[in-house]
Design a protein around this ligand. Structure first.
Ligand SMILES: Nc1ncnc2c1ncn2[C@@H]1O[C@H](COP(=O)(O)OP(=O)(O)OP(=O)(O)O)[C@@H](O)[C@H]1O
Ligand SMILES: [Mg+2]
Length: 210
């Protein structure tokens, strides 16, 4: 028997009867995790993604620990870091203590790359990282996290990743079994294939979408 809904407010009845309207203006966001040992080509591939995003008119913020990388992007000024709120185009940010909070509070609508993040993020999931990965759709941010292996970086990266770019790795993916859930076996197989291919070609990689 159908439940009697006639006593409910009109809005609620409509919600129950109509399929939700497609929000055509809302774009999909992504969270990519790039994993690979030293010199495999992680930064090289991300540069291509960044160039494409800039060409498409997106805002891009590249967080890096390294003064010598990403020199083509103008730097966020030491004294005016909250300008990440409104600049157009791309910027690089040489990581400083407190920047995660700044990004979480001020950066919306664009692509954020956390290059080589093991040197400034620790293995726990901080509240800022947690917030960014769970709210990326509301914030309209795409996220790319770059790391050398499956350990030493926050577990939540794996829970919410929409895709992985996997280069050669040395540590075991097994510690992320819980976070990867039903995708674990598939991704583990890709990791094994990449590691086998990397014997011949150290820049070999595979992309896994979820
Ligand atoms: N597909 C490729 N074929 C040939 N050379 C490549 C390829 N990808 C990257 N390289 C070269 O390998 C070197 C290391 O690349 P890159 O800096 O992108 O590696 P990385 O994984 O970011 O290293 P790190 O872990 O030190 O950050 C660079 O000199 C780059 O030009
Ligand atoms: Mg690099």
């Amino acid at each position: 028997m159908e439940p009697d809904t006639s006593q409910q407010p009109k809005e609620i009845r409509q919600l129950q009867q109509e399929p939700p309207k497609q929000k055509t203006k809302e774009r999909e966001t992504f969270q990519t995790v790039v994993i690979g040992t030293n010199g495999t080509g992680k930064t090289t591939i991300i540069k291509k993604i960044v160039i494409a995003a800039l060409k498409a008119g997106q805002r891009v913020l590249v967080v890096t620990p390294d003064f010598a990388e990403w020199l083509t992007l103008p730097e966020i000024h030491e004294r005016y870091r909250s300008r990440i709120e409104w600049y157009k185009g791309g910027r690089r940010m040489i990581y400083q203590e407190g920047d995660l909070k700044l990004i979480n509070d001020h950066f919306r609508n664009g692509l954020i790359v956390f290059d080589d993040c093991r040197s400034y993020l620790d293995a726990r999931t901080s509240k800022e990282i947690h917030n960014l990965v769970i709210r990326r759709r509301q914030f309209m941010v795409d996220l790319i996290f770059v790391a050398h292996g499956f350990t030493e970086i926050p577990p939540k990266f794996f829970t919410f990743a929409s895709q992985f770019i996997i280069f050669k790795t040395r540590d075991s993916i097994d510690i992320r079994k819980k976070e990867l859930g039903s995708d674990f076996e598939n991704i583990k197989q890709v990791v094994n294939t990449v590691n086998a291919e990397a014997v011949k070609d150290k820049h070999f990689y595979k992309i896994v979408k979820r």
